[in-house]
Write a protein that binds this ligand. Structure first.
Ligand code: SAJ
Length: 406
């Protein structure tokens, strides 16, 4: 039996996938409310394909509990919050989960950490925690880092078809964990050491951040001389060895906008590109604001409350608003005393900011300028409704000729 600890965005789909593939699974979370609702067969978030996977896991007998289980394989997928001020990762939840495992586990247990951790976290925080309790790593406890790689919006598919990294300092343990993931993972599973697994995870996200920053810089260059950045990137990407990502209103979420800071924090003298990429991506909400001001000026609109921001989530078709460019933009607008801007997001069911509308048509009735911050499917299928608005399309989903772009 395996015990999956932390039933959030990563832990839950992972636990369900193991259960679907026939592994006996107990999912553990400290939230009684969450455990209770999962036990009553209610899912805690929306994700493509998750409902069907949940049904299959339930029929294979998955259990949910607030208790850690007595077994020999643990997968930890708890949050690793990022401390904005210090730009460092806070490992408190992983440390606490490891300690709770140590309270109950069998001798020879494998503790697999899936949560994203900054390079060196295992050596700096996890190993000492285990040794402090008189346990011998490599003897009665084995440590593995198997960083998750799945993308919100396509998690269920990617769990099965993305390759995986298993970081283990003992090759036999690595092989054992590899065969565990092979229960559902169809792609290649690579075994490496823990330090390399930590580092490769963080540089994957950093690579994407740097690539997006390049696209955003190109967008600014093209704006200055009124060129179509999307067309230019499309053509450049036809070259077989060029693959530039898309410009946008900023980089949000809990991963890509956060992980590069771990490298900047640990290697301040060596991370010039990475730091500048972060700065460029963080500057994008301000760029959007200046584009809004351009449009207001051009059309003689003086009242900022005539501006509506569409999309509060960090990207399309998810309900997660962490580090979202829209929230960053609102913060900056506040600084500019530009209070009163309207907001709408069909994916966000709770009111989390001022002047947030719950009905799309009510929202449209109040505004003259629509700023598309997120390319949800919802806006793509309602383009007709916004025909009479001035549209600033930061996600390039409308025809270039009829709207304003970044
Ligand atoms: N974005 C752009 N332009 C692009 C692509 C994305 O501006 O061309 C923006 C998005 O709008 C969003 C942000 O970047 O604000 C991040 O979105 P994303 O879809 O690129 O990535 P995440 O944060 O949802 O998930 C990433 C993934 N990492 C990589 O693709 C290297 C995922 O595989 C990881 O599992 C996840 O981080 C994680 O948990 O680390």
């Amino acid at each position: 039996m395996i015990n999956v600890i932390g039933l959030g965005y990563i832990g839950l789909p992972t636990a369900l996938m193991f259960a679907k593939s026939g592994v006996e699974v107990v999912g553990t979370d400290i939230s009684e409310e969450l455990v209770q609702s999962l036990s009553q067969e209610k899912l805690s978030f929306e994700e493509e394909g998750l409902e069907k996977l949940f049904e299959e896991a339930i029929s294979n007998g998955i259990k949910f509990s607030t208790e850690y289980q007595y077994t020999n394989t643990y997968i930890i997928a708890v949050p690793t919050p990022y401390v904005k001020e210090s730009k460092k990762l806070d490992p408190k939840y992983v440390i606490s989960a490891v300690n709770s495992v140590l309270d109950v586990c069998e001798k020879g247990s494998v503790i697999i950490i899936e949560s994203t951790i900054s390079p060196g976290t295992m050596d700096r925080y996890i190993r000492p925690e285990i040794e402090k309790r008189g346990r011998v790593i490599g003897g009665d406890i084995h440590l593995v880092h198997a960083p998750e790689r799945i993308i919100p919006g396509n998690m269920v598919y990617e769990l099965e078809y993305n390759s995986r990294t298993i970081g283990a300092d003992d090759i036999q343990v690595g092989e054992k964990v590899k065969s565990l993931y092979k229960n559902f993972c169809e792609a290649e599973v690579v075994i490496t050491d823990i330090r390399s697994a930590e580092m490769s995870k963080v540089i994957e996200n950093t690579y994407r951040d740097v690539n997006i920053a390049f696209a955003n810089e190109l967008a600014k260059i093209c704006r200055q001389d009124n060129m179509n950045v999307y067309e230019i990137i499309r053509i450049a990407n036809m070259h077989p060895r060029v693959n530039i990502l898309q410009p946008g209103p900023g980089v949000g979420g809990h991963c890509i906008s956060v992980d590069p800071w771990f490298l900047v924090g640990d290697y301040p003298d060596l991370t010039k590109i990475i730091l500048n990429a972060r700065k460029i991506n963080d500057s994008m909400p301000t760029h959007v604001l200046s584009r809004i001001r351009d449009i207001m000026r051009e059309h003689g609109i003086k009242d900022i409350s005539k501006v509506g921001l569409y999309g509060l989530t960090y990207k399309e078709n998810v309900d997660d608003t962490r580090e979202s460019p829209t929230l960053q933009l609102l913060e900056r607008m506040d600084e500019h005393l530009a209070f009163g801007v309207k907001v709408f997001d069909p994916m966000v069911k709770d009111k989390i900011v001022d002047h947030q509308f719950m009905d799309f048509e009510d929202f449209l009735n109040e505004i003259e300028i629509l700023v598309v911050m997120v390319g949800h499917d919802h806006i793509k299928s309602n383009m007709e409704l916004v025909k009479d608005k001035l549209v600033l399309d930061t996600k390039n989903i409308f025809n270039y000729e009829i709207v304003y772009k970044l």
